[in-house]
Design a protein around this ligand. Sequence first.
Ligand code: MTE
Ligand code: MO
Length: 203
Amino acid sequence: MARITRGFTGHSRSGAGVGLPPGQYDTGTDWPVLTAEATPKLGTDAWTFTVEGMVDRPTTWTWTEIRALPGSTYEGPIHCVTTWSKFGMRFAGVSVDTLLDAAGPQGGATHVVAFAHTGYTTNLPLADLRDGKAWVTWEVDGQPLPTEHGGPARLLVPHLYFWKSAKWVAGLTLLDHDEPGFWERNGYHDRGDPWLEQRYQGD
Ligand SMILES: Nc1nc2c(c(=O)[nH]1)N[C@H]1C(S)=C(S)[C@@H](COP(=O)(O)O)O[C@H]1N2
Ligand SMILES: [Mo]
């Protein structure tokens, strides 16, 4: 079970720290909905998750199959580039490590494009999805993830701005190069580390 380390005051490679990242405010109990697309009618029967591209074993899980994998949880904050942060979130799902290990990333794979059932895409260095830093999640605070927040399941990469956490996630494509996703093509930062305030290209 991966957690944000409490009381950490130093600076890691990602600049992760405790409390509010620069330029953010605490939204309290409110959880804003931000979507550039129409909220889909996506039932669990139609939902699948695929890991493809530069992997030895391209793999697709159905809803039933992915839920049978060993579970993993995240407790901690999320940070949106529109300047709200929300603390004390409790998400449950599966670690992206479990999914990547099953598919077997090839040595040359360095980057990932996460894609959604709705067409949304976002890019990440493969390292940002490794070592207990990312989840596919279907439960929040003990309840099924609401549709407007990406249910049945979304990607969760809480150490980066929340636009990297693709709602209605459909899979990951592993690449040997970086390929900007939807917001990254529209002026947002390639990596999006909230502690380094990487909001827009050039930050
Ligand atoms: N499929 C999809 N995922 C998405 C988006 C989107 O438009 N489509 N918006 C992103 C953005 S910009 C943010 S801030 C978060 C918002 O998640 P929330 O609505 O659950 O707060 O989802 C991200 N994931
Ligand atoms: Mo966002």
